[in-house]
Ligand binder design. Structure first.
Ligand code: ADP
Length: 484
């Protein structure tokens, strides 16, 4: 067990119907990925607890939550944001410990989590339908009704912020929720009920249950009482979740990762582009769905750019997230080995290694680290071009010209985000129209966030989170028409 002052008082028990359930039976360890040590063992919610959680969410939907007016809902959401901000230091420390991400990034995540509740708090009392003109003898209008009880399956790379991203619009629309954090990073989701209770959210509106996908996620997504599943994770698991949701005709939002390109043209501000590329791939050690994991660069500027990139990487520090290194750990040992395998297979298939390439062993830390790595791949079918690695590995593709850059950038089965650095506005906009992606970043990477719709095309999934678009998943439209 890791001793950490910020963990004191955190209940690890599932939160169901406004109470902590004490469960006996299986537990699942959560690790400090920097040291490889167990932080604590978290009780696993089996299907009987899943059933209780879903029943509670359904009961609240027609009960206590239905009695809360939109204006009160709005105030509660804003209060949740305040409560999260009041405890931000502790939340950020716990998040950094559990996920391994640098503390400064964890602090950013906690503030963004608060911001989701604030943003959707601002719209909760403004969700209104339309009137539809059918002529003098009819009155027709639409009502927005909460979709029902929703399931939120959360990944390990952005634990609290992904929870807030789905939960805040769900609550704004009057839906209820069962949250299942990733088994690798359950701690901040387990802290969430404290802020919800202080904000006055009635029992049952939000339930938090923990456990692996097979024991907890699968029965939750297959539960007939769930009306919408918001899923963020791998393509393979996303397909399984879609099948489970299909069995009871529930809608889904699928955020399934990417292999996102950052195009750098010769006319771009090269210094700004370098900063953008470094941030795009090395934030959270590359464990980001929307990481810019492919650099597509025009040949005429490639050599100095790559030299500067490699020089910068050599200065990077490793360490525990809590010590704010440039590169924190990889979440699990299997994930570390997966990264190593793809790098090795890509090199064997002809990719050139120009930086990193190996498992790293920082002094005094027994956890899971990988060197920041750059591979140059001339064959677009190489694994490091096509597969999401989820580690600090940048693949470089050299383009002969703008058209070739567009073609290379669009050449994977993913379509989450895409970036371009250029001073030529027409080229930036032509690229934006050409590329298949949910969002395009011009002369920056990752700007926007809470307010800007986010989601994928192709294997990156479908449905949109963030911004006003996200709300659509959480209400259904009822049309009422009368002859008068
Ligand atoms: P990764 O492979 O990166 O760990 P996954 O897509 O497997 O990502 O996991 C993302 C989330 O999906 C986690 O919360 C995990 O527990 C959950 N999960 C895994 N398998 C299933 C499943 N069959 N049904 C529902 N949830 C699942």
């Amino acid at each position: 067990m890791t001793n950490h002052k910020f963990l004191e008082g955190i209940s690890l028990d599932p939160y169901v119907d406004g109470k902590r359930l004490s469960v006996s039976g299986a537990t699942h360890p959560t690790f400090d990925p920097a040291t490889g040590e167990v932080i604590c063992d978290v009780p696993v919610s089996d299907s009987s607890i899943v059933n209780k959680a879903v029943d509670s969410s359904r009961k609240a939907l027609k009960g206590a939550w239905a009695k809360v007016t939109p204006a009160e809902r709005s105030r509660m959401l804003i209060r949740i944001a305040q409560e999260i901000r009041l405890d931000a230091e502790r939340l950020a420390n716990v998040e950094s410990l559990d996920s391994g991400k640098p503390l400064r990034e964890a602090k950013g995540d906690i503030e963004t989590s608060a911001r989701y509740f604030e943003y959707y708090g601002g719209i909760a009392d403004k969700l209104q339908g339309d009137t539809i003109p059918l002529g003098p003898d009819f009155v027709s209008f639409t009502m927005h009704e909460p979709i029902g009880a929703t399931a939120h399956i959360i990944p390990w790379n952005f634990p609290l912020v992904t929870t807030a991203r789905g939960l805040a619009p769900a609550l704004a629309a009057g839906a209820t929720a069962v949250i299942k954090p990733a088994e690798q990073t359950p701690l901040t989701a387990l802290m969430l009920p404290y802020y919800l209770e202080r904000a006055g959210v009635p029992a049952g509106v939000v339930n938090v249950i923990c456990g692996p996908g097979s024991t907890t996620g699968a029965p939750l997504t297959a539960h007939t009482g769930i009306s919408h599943v918001t899923f963020t994770g791998s393509v393979a698991t996303g397909k399984a979740v879609m099948l489970a949701a299909a069995s009871h005709v529930s809608s889904v939002t699928m955020e399934l990762g990417g292999k996102s390109p950052v195009v750098v043209l010769a006319d771009a501000d090269q210094d700004a582009a370098l900063e953008g590329v470094l941030k795009a791939i090395f934030t959270n050690a590359g464990q980001v769905c929307s990481a810019g994991s492919r650099l597509v660069i025009e040949r005429s500027c490639a050599e100095p750019f790559l030299a500067a990139l490699v020089a910068r990487i050599k200065t990077f520090t490793f360490g525990r997230g809590l010590d704010n290194p440039d590169i924190g750990p990889i979440i699990t040992h299997p994930q570390l080995l997966k990264i190593e395998n793809i790098v090795n297979e890509s090199i064997a298939a002809g990719a050139d290694l120009i930086a990193g390439g190996k498992i790293a062993k920082p002094e005094g830390l027994g956890g899971w680290f990988f060197e920041p790595t750059v591979l140059v791949a001339s064959d677009p079918s190489t694994k490091c071009v096509q597969e999401e690695i989820f580690g600090p590995v940048l693949t470089v593709q050299i383009a002969d010209n703008f058209d070739h850059a567009c073609e290379l950038a669009d050449g994977t089965e993913f379509g989450l985000v895409a970036g371009i650095y250029t001073k030529d506005v027409s080229k930036a906009l032509r690229f934006s129209k050409y590329i298949s992606a949910g969002q395009v970043f011009i002369n920056q990477f990752f700007a926007g966030g809470v307010e800007t719709p986010f989601g994928g095309t192709k294997n990156s999934g479908f449905g949109r989170e963030k911004g006003l678009e996200a709300l659509r998943a959480y209400y259904s439209v009822k049309t009422v028409t009368a002859r008068i």
